[in-house]
Design a protein. Structure first.
Length: 129
């Protein structure tokens, strides 16, 4: 099976990839456009992660509404309900999601999220896994 993998150029993050009708966004952390980490409450971090993810998906021709899978990594599972409160406002369609407690994340952050979303051409063509 042949596929075309396209790197999406964005100033907001590590470049996402578009392949086989999907956009694959690597782990997003709570950092502003200048790369400064957001160290506030979990809700503030969650808002920043969701905003960044939205911008990245938009640059790739997709959106949060087209998300089909999310994975959340947290260093303290007791903070997941606070993250969920924010996450649910950005993803009201409730795509499948996994949450995993880990001992450490890059740059010492408390939470990180990755998503897979339909790309514009995938949504129109009825992308298949």
């Amino acid at each position: 099976m042949s596929s075309s993998i396209t790197t999406i150029l964005t100033k907001k993050s590590y470049p996402p990839f578009r392949a086989n009708g999907y956009v694959w966004v690597s782990g997003q952390i709570a950092a502003d456009a200048d790369g400064n980490l957001i160290k506030g409450p979990m809700a503030e971090q969650a808002h920043q992660i969701c905003k960044n993810t939205s911008e990245i998906l938009r640059a790739a021709g997709s959106s949060l509404e087209e998300t089909v899978k999310a994975t959340v990594f947290v260093t303290d599972f007791s903070k997941l309900p606070e993250f969920n409160g924010v996450y649910n406002t950005y993803f009201p369609h409730k795509p499948p999601r996994s949450a995993v407690e880990v001992s450490r994340l890059p740059l010492g952050v408390e939470v990180m999220m990755e998503v897979v979303a339909l790309a514009e051409e995938g949504a129109k063509a009825g992308a298949k896994i």
